[in-house]
Design a protein. Sequence first.
Length: 290
Amino acid sequence: MYRIDKPIVAAVRLDESATEVLRQAVEMARHYQVKLHVCHVLPDLLSVRPLFPHLQLENALRLAEFEAAARGALYSRVAAFVDPDGDDCELLVECGTAHSAILRAAERIGAGLIVVGHGSPGQMLSGTPERVVRYAHCPVLVARPAAGGCVLAATDFSDPATPAVEAAASEAKRRARDLVIIHAIDIVRSVLAPDATMPDLPPIDLLDEVRQASRERLDSYVAQFTAQGNILTHGPAETAILEATKSLPADLVVVGTHGRTGLGRLALGSVAEAVVREAGCSTLVVRLNS
């Protein structure tokens, strides 16, 4: 069964998005009884300027001031949820590009989960969550305000994808929500043809076999994970998942990714990033076994 047994890193901006990140991160840290590290990233003001050493010194002084101010503001925000001076919490102020600094902190700490925000409604955070999802070596929770619905688990039925469904089942139980499992049959994407713009579709009887096999496999997942609902649909997975999060609605959607770059990430990697970018609810991205 899915569980977190390593520290949680909550990466926050000093704006309204921090509230939901901290709320969910604190709840999970308490549930799994792991330490919480709250991280805020400052821009890197100490870039090397060999021709202007006086600017280097000036930037160093400014950085010290910014860091002190940021730590104070961070302390105040965290104090609304947990004792910042307690043994189970630590504040981190990092410098650099947002996603790189978050990932460095997570690696240094040996994090079991990264929690990031995705801005206020209608506002995204400059692609930072997608980049964290792409390169993180642990699960990533992109926190958005609670929608009050179910937990939606997306699966392609492969054995490596099972951890994502296990994580969804665990979160459904922790959140006291119904679990719904979704599978999208994407015939066009799965069929390789000489002309990728006009793929050859398989015969109707084969399509019926695929649908029947998918239905049987989905029913077995429902039984295995004691899900309260299931969705079998057709078309691109990301479209099906996003539509389901709205229609159900979903409080959390759980997807898997291999986190690869290049051609290797065009399947699950691109699906996870599309869901992270466009879903109106929180998204938990689970690193899959290769």
